[in-house]
Design a protein around this ligand. Sequence first.
Ligand code: ZN
Length: 298
Amino acid sequence: MRTTKLSFDRRALATEAMQAATATRARAKLDQTGPICIYGLCETLGVVVRFNNINMEGMYQRGVPARIHLSARRPLPRRAYNCAHELGHHVFGHGSSIDELREDAKARPWENPKEFLADTFAGFALMPIIGLRRAFAVRRWTPETATPWQIFTIACEFGVGYGTLLTHLSAGLNMLSHRRAEALQRVTPKALRADILGKTTSDPLIVADCHRTAPTLDAEVNTLLLLPPGAEIAGDGLVFERDLAVGRLFRAAKAGIFQVRAGDWAVFVRIAPVQKDEPWYGYIGLAQYRHLEEDLDE
Ligand SMILES: [Zn+2]
């Protein structure tokens, strides 16, 4: 009897994915260390990205131009990861395909080499190894001894989810033991937020400390942002909530781009709207227009 399960050389494919991620960043004149805006990268490469109200992860549509469709129903960091995954299908010349919903972000259906390639590409494109090493070193943290909120802070810097960073650190880069990764994976996002904020909330949270290097920070209306102590906002896009020992807590209030300063540190917070009647669904429309103050669609 022949088995239907595909077997493939994961190590060879992972190397291929890493090289493709490096080459793709280089083609777009991005460095090989810092966090990137995946939507900006797609735009540079001529790939059109659109958010839709469809219950899925993402979809790649081959053609001229190539198109990526992402579900606006997924959490913000998940959308960025899904975009990088679909860009992986594009870079490797795969055909049009749809990625069905994966409720468990940690589950990786890696029986399919194309999906393995796209996932591994996404990991390396969003979280380059030199960038992660720098992110831990500059804070004097190490992956193996980092606390859940330290891991979460670095996940926020690279615009990915907590579990996604853990998977990449352990399975992709061998920078974290499987045992420690498993222990950290057991911490739920809700418990993490409660630990950081001192009370439970179902609203998404982004943590930005003064070691964060990216010039922009993507959020959406209702997102909580924990910014460095002393942070001041230009404009009315963020509403101050309260001071915490580790920083100042704000809530994203309206769409647009707003500068935040804390001493020498500065970042442009780019806030996308959410659906008015369904505030848990994100912006629907072309990615390039997601921060416009007025609703604008195709
Ligand atoms: Zn896929």
